[in-house]
Design a protein around this ligand. Structure first.
Ligand code: GDD
Ligand code: MN
Length: 382
C-alpha cells in the first residue's frame, strides 16, 4: 500500500508525535464471554507505551450480563459500557454513538471477539501520524491474512464485497472493522447514513479520507457467535447503492438497474419453462411469465437501485413500473422490427438488432423508472 510518492510527501511533513491519548470504541452485542479477554489484551498491548487509553463498549442491550462483566473489569481497567436501549440494533450506529461519546480525539474502532489483534494498535497509531486520516488494519495487504479456517465461500464472499466497493475507495480492505482515526478528520457525524457493518467504508467515502493500511492477521472468534447473516448482506448492498448514488449520482444506478434486469430475465425464463412443464401452451406461458418477472424487477429496484428514495405506496408504484416495463417492451420489439425491416445491415445481423432492442427498451424503462416510478431523490436519503 505504501506508495513511493506518499513516502516522499510524508517525509516533507515534520513527523508528529505519536498520540498520547486513545479511545478504543467497540460495538458489542452478546459479547460477555469475550470482553474480559479483550480488555486484558488491550491493557497488555498498550502497557509501557505511555498512552492514556479508555475502552468504550457500545452495547445494543445484549441482556447477557455484559454490564456486570464490565462493572467488574472497571475496578482495575479504564473500561466502560454505554447501552443503547431505544435505538434500532445496528453495528454502524453503535460505532457512531461511540465516536460521539469517546473521551479522546484519537480513536480506534475494533470488534470485541478478538478477531482484531490489539497488538497492532500501536503500529496503527504510529501510521496515523504520517499524513493520513484513517489507518485500516488490513487483511489484504502484504503481510496480512485471514483465518486459515475460512471456507472458500467466505473468502469469495469477502473478495466480491471488496471488489464491488472498488469504484468508491482505493484501499485494499475497506470492509475491515478495525481502524484508527482522529475525530477532527471525520465528517459531521449527523451527515452519515450508514447501515449494517461497513462503517469504515461510510467514513472513507463521505469524509473523503486519505487512508493507509497496516497488515493484520484476522482470527476467527473463539467465543460467542457472529451476527453476520444474509440480512446483513442485503443491507450491505443497499448501503453500497446509497454510497454509489452519493458519489456518482443517477448514473450510478445504471449498473444496479442492469443487474436487476438480468436477474429478471432468469425469473422470466424460469416461469416460461416451468409453466410449459406444467402443461401450459407455449404462447400462453410466454405471456404469463412476463408478470412475475416485472414484479421481481420492481421489488429489487425498490429495495436496491432506488433504495434511498422516499418510500411510496406499493401498489401505485408497481402499476407505474409495469406500465413502464410494457412501454420498454414495446420499444424493444418495435425497434427490432424497424431495424430489421429498414436497415439492411441489421437484417443481416439480426442478433445485433435483438440486443439493440433490449438496450433501447431498458434505457426507456430506466429513465421512466428514475423520473416517474420511484419518486424524486430525497435529500435526507442520500
Ligand atoms: N452494538 C452492536 N450492535 N454491536 C454489534 C451488532 C449490533 O447490532 N452486531 C454486531 N456487533 C458487534 C459484535 O459484537 C462484534 O464486536 C462486532 O460488532 C463484529 O460483529 P461479528 O458478528 O463478530 O462480525 P463478523 O466477524 O461477521 O464481521 C467482522 O468482520 C468483517 C470482515 O470479515 C466485522 O469486523 C465486519 O465489520 C467486517 O466487515
Ligand atoms: Mn467477528
Amino acid at each position: 500500500m505504501t506508495k513511493p510518492a506518499n513516502d516522499v510527501k510524508d517525509a516533507l511533513h515534520a513527523p508528529e508525535k505519536s498520540p498520547r491519548t486513545l479511545s478504543i470504541v467497540v460495538p458489542t452485542f452478546r459479547e460477555a464471554d469475550n470482553v474480559p479477554a479483550l480488555a486484558e489484551r488491550i491493557a497488555a498491548a498498550l502497557s509501557g507505551t505511555g498512552i492514556d487509553w479508555e475502552l468504550l463498549l457500545v452495547d445494543d442491550d445484549s441482556g447477557d450480563g455484559s454490564e456486570d462483566v464490565v462493572a467488574g473489569l472497571a475496578r482495575r481497567l479504564p473500561v466502560r459500557m454505554v447501552v443503547r436501549r431505544d435505538a434500532p440494533r445496528d453495528l454502524s450506529l453503535a460505532v457512531i454513538e461511540g465516536i460521539r461519546l469517546a473521551r479522546f480525539d484519537n480513536l480506534v474502532v475494533m470488534d470485541a471477539d478478538l478477531s482484531h489483534p490489539p497488538e497492532r494498535i500501536a503500529d496503527m497509531l504510529a501510521a496515523l501520524d504520517s499524513g493520513c486520516e484513517m489507518v485500516i488494519g488490513s487483511r489484504y495487504v502484504p503481510g496480512g491474512a485471514v483465518d486459515q479456517s475460512w471456507s472458500l465461500y467466505r473468502v469469495l464472499n469477502s473478495r466480491l464485497a471488496t471488489w464491488m466497493a472498488r469504484p468508491l475507495v482505493r484501499c485494499a480492505d475497506p470492509m475491515s472493522g478495525f481502524f484508527a482515526t482522529r475525530r477532527g478528520a471525520l465528517p459531521d457525524l449527523r451527515t452519515l447514513r450508514p447501515m449494517g457493518y461497513k462503517i469504515a467504508l461510510e467514513l472513507i467515502v463521505r469524509g473523503r479520507l486519505r487512508v493507509r493500511e497496516v497488515p493484520i492477521d484476522f482470527r476467527d472468534r473463539s467465543a460467542g457467535s457472529s451476527k453476520m447473516n444474509w440480512r446483513q448482506q442485503l443491507r450491505f448492498l443497499r448501503h453500497l447503492s446509497r454510497l454509489y448514488n452519493y458519489k456518482f449520482g443517477t448514473l450510478a444506478r445504471v449498473p444496479f438497474f442492469g443487474a436487476v434486469g438480468a436477474s429478471g430475465l432468469v425469473v422470466d425464463l424460469a416461469f416460461y419453462l416451468g409453466l410449459q412443464w406444467a402443461g401450459i401452451e407455449h404462447r400462453l406461458a410466454r405471456f404469463l411469465s412476463f408478470w412475475p418477472a416485472v414484479g421481481w424487477n420492481w421489488a429489487l429496484n425498490r429495495g436496491f437501485t432506488f433504495s434511498e428514495r422516499a418510500r411510496q405506496p406499493h401498489l401505485g408504484q408497481l402499476a407505474r413500473f409495469t406500465a413502464s416495463s410494457l412501454a420498454g417492451l414495446g420499444i424493444n420489439v418495435g425497434s427490432y422490427a424497424l431495424l430489421t425491416s429498414y436497415v439492411g445491415f441489421f437484417d443481416r445481423h439480426r442478433l445485433l438488432a435483438f440486443f439493440c432492442g433490449i438496450g433501447l427498451g431498458s434505457l426507456l424503462n430506466f429513465l421512466v423508472a428514475d423520473r416517474y416510478v420511484y419518486g424524486r431523490p430525497s435529500d435526507a436519503g442520500r
